[in-house]
Design a binder for this molecule. Structure first.
Ligand code: NAD
Length: 477
């Protein structure tokens, strides 16, 4: 059984301290590897390696840093099939999607490398004669990247690539559910000539390894993706060092279907959004508001689309639309929310319970009707293949209910009326709105949650600049 070793200062470091954590294949309930629960001492070693390496890295011209990033993306492309299988085995993603994740990761790194010549400062007009005011963009220093398990390989790059191109060093803590892909990422890095210490990985639980990272005084930025609860804890822990925060948290995305919508398109796209990665995507449609006049016709189409979803063990068949839920706790959470909705008057017109496939944590594709705004299934993140439907009377009510949430990551609307689309653009209080398409962001956009969905954002120019500090210099001649 492989016991992964932390990757620190360009080397794999055996550790005897701390507990071991078992890693499972969620489709088979079988143990596949182990990781150390790295203690504060191990974390400090990684942060020290990053700190020591960062100074020279910052001085490299950005175009040379881009060259290093492109070596990594080339290695990812050369090893894409192995990466996809590793992701699929530990996370339960279907192989075609795991292949997309590997390819997208390489493209994302190249995209961030393209910014090398555009990390631009500014020259500001001065109020004083003979003075120049310059605004420099400088790296933050050492970044801690703390990751969830749902797109584990891509999320390494989403943090590492913007951090490195802007001159930072990074210490990554993968989720304890999905460390194998991170170990593979580290191996690929060793096959490039990235300077030692710029990219480091430490494994362990949130409460031990994660907390040791966020409270380390030499970490100058925490870039976290995960749940609202953990984000809130991390903010409190990191407060003692006043370090920079980038929080990409959970969501409860509404999908609005208006009376004039193309119902076939809406049913297809909402299903696609909800089934992708077995519904375990932060921006996926989590609740549907359909105009009462088309509710019956839309529900029929949605049920037909969800019924056609094929699920099972991703490494046993390629003809699947989704795999298992990440673990038993995730499965139980989904089932509790569904049961509570049914107890409160909702009706499962499709699914509504865990699926018994002999092994693994699978959930049936589920459609719930007669849902109400006050139900937990409408208010809490479900993170599974469940679509609760609330009927509304017109666009005003749909927008009001969509905005009635503590989250604010993504939203969508299906309509053939340009006025309705524009009202949604102006009135929905979310970081992203998708009109007549499934929810999935582009790397040149800006993926950022409002409300409890987060602080700051990722991707594009604005995501890149999150990894910089501004330094304003006044020169009087
Ligand atoms: P999680 O919050 O349970 O864990 C995320 C990471 O935080 C793990 O690595 C965990 O070990 C670590 N952690 C836990 N406690 C910690 C602590 N006290 N200090 C430091 N680190 C700690 O989330 P998860 O179950 O892995 O992921 C699912 C969640 O992630 C969902 O809510 C989903 O919406 C969210 N997510 C958001 C985005 C986005 O871009 N907004 C993307 C993907 C996932």
């Amino acid at each position: 059984m492989t016991l992964h070793q932390n990757f620190i200062g360009g080397r794999f470091i055996p550790t005897d301290a701390g507990d071991r954590i078992d890693v499972f294949n969620p489709a088979r309930d079988s143990k596949i590897s182990e990781i150390p629960d790295t203690t504060a001492e191990g974390v400090a070693e990684a942060v020290a390696a990053a700190t020591a390496a960062q100074r020279a890295w910052e001085k490299l011209p950005p175009i040379q840093r881009a060259g290093h990033l492109r070596q990594i993306s080339a290695k990812i492309r050369d090893n894409a099939e192995e990466i996809a299988r590793v992701i699929s085995e530990e996370q339960g993603k279907i192989l075609p999607l795991a292949r997309v994740e590997a390819a997208f990761t390489a493209d994302y790194i190249d995209y961030m490398a393209e910014w090398a010549r555009r990390i631009e400062g500014e020259i500001l007009p001065s109020d004083r004669p003979g003075e120049n005011i310059f605004l420099f963009r400088q790296p933050v220093g050492v970044v801690a990247g703390i990751l969830p398990w749902n797109f584990p390989f891509f999320l390494i790059a989403r943090k590492m690539a913007p951090a490195l191109i802007t001159g930072n060093a990074i210490v990554i803590k993968p989720s304890e559910e999905t460390p194998n892909n991170a170990a593979l990422f580290a191996r690929l890095v060793t096959e490039t000539d990235l300077p030692e210490g710029i990219f480091n990985i430490v494994y362990g639980r949130g409460a031990t390894t994660g907390k040791a990272l966020t409270t380390n005084p030499d970490v100058r930025m925490v870039s976290f993706t995960g749940s609202v609860e953990t984000g809130s804890r991390i903010m409190a822990d990191a407060a003692q060092n006043i370090c920079k925060m980038n929080l990409e948290l959970g969501g409860k995305a509404p999908a609005i279907v208006t009376a004039d919508a193309d119902l076939d398109l809406a049913a297809r796209a909402i299903t696609q959004s909800r089934v992708l990665n077995t519904g375990q995507v932060c921006n996926a449609a989590e609740r549907v508001y359909v105009d009462r006049t088309v509710a019956a016709a839309f529900t029929e189409k949605l049920v037909a689309a969800m019924k056609a979803v094929r699920y099972g063990d991703p490494l046993a068949s390629e003809d699947l639309d989704m795999g298992p839920i990440i673990n038993r706790a995730g499965l139980d959470k989904i089932d509790t929310l569904v049961k509570s909705a049914i107890g409160g008057g909702a009706e499962a017109v499709l699914g509504g319970k865990p699926a018994d496939l002999g092994a693994g944590s699978h959930y049936e594709p589920t459609v719930l009707v007669n849902c109400r705004q006050d139900m937990e299934i409408i208010r809490k993140e479900t993170f599974g293949p469940v679509l609760p439907i609330v009927e509304v009377d017109g666009l005003d009510e749909a927008i009001e209910r969509a905005n009635d949430t503590t989250y604010g990551l993504t939203s969508s609307i299906y309509t053939t009326n340009i006025g309705a689309a524009l009202r949604a653009a102006n009135e929905l209080r979310f970081g992203e709105t998708y009109v007549n398409r499934e929810n999935f962001e582009a790397m040149q956009g800006f993926h950022a949650g409002r409300g409890k969905s987060g602080i700051g954002g990722a991707d594009g120019k604005h995501g890149l600049l999150e990894y910089t500090e501004t330094h304003v210099v006044y020169i009087q001649n």
